[in-house]
Design a protein around this ligand. Structure first.
Ligand SMILES: [Mg+2]
Length: 364
C-alpha cells in the first residue's frame, strides 16, 4: 500500500453560547481533519486542534507505506525544524492518527481491538460545569442534575475564574446536588499559582474532589510537587504534555496520580501507547483528555485507563450528527466505541458542508 495524497478539511461553526474555562473563552466549535489517501482506496482520517503544518509534513509521506507508523513518525519528528512541542506536534499527531485509521480499516477491525482490546466499554465522566454568561450556582446545579438523569456516575466542573471563595462555593453547591456517591472532578486549566492552588485545595477538601486537574501551568513541575505535598486531593495533568520525553519529566515529579494525555497533542496513537505503558510502570492511571471519538478506542484497549472524558451533545450537537459512528453512551454509566473498523472519524459531509473554512485556528 502507498500514500498518494495528504490534505486537510477544516470546519468551524459558532456555539449557541460561549463557554469559559480557567483561561480561555470558546466561541466556536471546530473539526480539523487530516485526510490520507492510498492507492488501495482506503482513506485515513486524523484530527487535532489546529493543523498548520500538514502541507509540509505531507511531502514526507507521499509514496510511503502507511502501515510503517514508526518509520513515518520518526521522519516527521525532527526537533529544531519540526516537532518536539506545540502546533507542529499537533499536525504530527493528526497524521499519525490517520495512519492508524488506515491500518485499522485495512485490518477490517475497530481500533480498540487492533490495539489489544481490554474491554467493550469504559466508565465515563461528563466534562461540564463551565462558566457561561448568566450562569450562576442554580444553573450549575441544574446542569449537574441533568447529567445524573442520564446515568452519569462522575462529573467534572471548571474552577479558577472567580475568587477562591466563590469557586469553593460552586464546588460545595455541586457536591450538595450530586450527593456523596458521584465522583466530582475539578479542572483549573492552569489558572492558579501554586500557592493559590494549595489554598483552594484546603478550602474544598471537605467536598471530596476525586481529582484536581491542571491546577498550575503545565511547565510548572515544581508547582505540582509543592501542591501534591500539601493536599490529599489527587492531582491530574497531561493534556498539555507532549511526547514520551515530556511525560518522562512529568512522571519524575511524583506529583501526578491521574494522567490526561491527548493523542491529538502528544504525538498521535503511536506515541500515546508508549506513554500509557510508561504510566502503568510508574503506577499512574489514565483518563484521556477530549477527542472522545478516538480516545474511547484507546480507553477500551489500555488496561490502566480508569475513565473516559465525555462531552455531552449540548456542547456540540452538530458533531454528533456529523460522525457516522459516534461514541455510544450506555445506561450503566459507561461509553463504548463504534463497532466499525477505523478510529471513528469518518463524517457525513452533508451535515458540515456549510461550515468548511480555510483556517479554523483559535483566535487567541
Ligand atoms: Mg482539562
Amino acid at each position: 500500500m502507498k500514500i498518494t495524497k495528504v490534505y486537510t478539511e477544516k470546519y468551524k461553526w459558532p456555539k449557541d453560547k460561549p463557554i469559559q474555562n480557567g483561561k480561555t473563552t470558546f466561541t466556536h466549535n471546530s473539526l480539523n481533519l487530516v485526510c490520507i489517501e492510498t492507492d488501495e482506496g482506503i482513506t485515513g482520517y486524523g484530527t487535532s486542534y489546529e493543523l498548520n503544518f500538514v502541507d509540509r509534513l505531507g511531502q514526507l509521506l507521499i509514496g510511503e507505506n502507511p502501515l510503517n507508523n514508526e518509520k513515518l513518525w520518526k521522519r516527521m519528528y525532527v526537533p529544531k525544524f519540526l516537532g518536539r512541542r506545540g502546533n507542529s506536534l499537533w499536525s504530527i499527531s493528526a497524521i499519525d492518527i490517520a495512519l492508524w485509521d488506515i491500518r485499522s480499516k485495512a485490518a477490517n477491525i475497530p481500533l480498540y481491538q487492533l490495539l489489544g482490546g481490554s474491554r467493550e466499554s469504559v466508565p465515563y465522566y461528563i466534562a461540564g460545569g463551565y462558566y457561561a454568561p448568566g450562569k450562576g450556582i442554580k444553573e450549575l446545579q441544574e446542569e449537574m442534575e441533568e447529567y445524573l438523569s442520564w446515568g452519569a456516575k462522575a462529573v467534572k466542573m471548571k474552577v479558577g475564574v472567580l475568587s477562591l471563595e466563590e469557586d469553593a462555593a460552586r464546588v460545595k453547591a455541586v457536591r450538595e446536588v450530586i450527593g456523596d456517591d458521584v465522583k466530582l472532578m475539578m479542572d483549573a486549566n492552569c489558572a492558579y499559582k501554586a500557592y493559590e492552588a494549595v489554598e483552594f485545595s484546603k478550602m474544598v477538601e471537605e467536598y471530596h474532589p476525586y481529582w484536581f486537574e491542571e491546577p498550575v501551568d503545565a511547565d510548572d513541575y515544581d508547582g505540582y510537587r509543592k501542591i501534591s505535598e500539601k493536599t490529599i486531593i489527587p492531582l491530574a495533568a497531561g493534556e498539555n504534555e507532549m511526547t514520551r520525553f515530556g511525560f518522562r519529566d512529568l512522571f519524575a515529579t511524583r506529583a501526578v496520580d491521574i494522567l490526561n494525555p491527548d493523542a491529538a497533542c502528544c504525538g498521535g496513537i503511536t506515541e500515546y501507547m508508549k506513554i500509557a505503558s510508561m504510566a502503568d510502570a510508574n503506577g499512574i492511571v489514565m483518563s484521556p483528555h477530549g477527542q472522545q471519538q478516538v480516545h474511547v478506542h484507546l480507553d477500551c484497549a489500555i488496561p490502566n485507563v480508569i475513565m473516559a472524558e465525555f462531552y455531552p451533545p449540548q456542547y456540540d450537537a452538530k458533531i454528533y450528527e456529523a460522525f457516522k459512528n459516534p461514541v455510544r453512551l450506555n445506561p450503566d454509566g459507561t461509553v463504548s466505541p463504534g463497532s466499525e473498523p477505523g478510529v471513528g472519524l469518518d463524517i457525513n459531509r452533508e451535515v458540515l458542508k456549510d461550515y468548511m473554512v480555510e483556517d479554523s485556528s483559535y483566535a487567541l
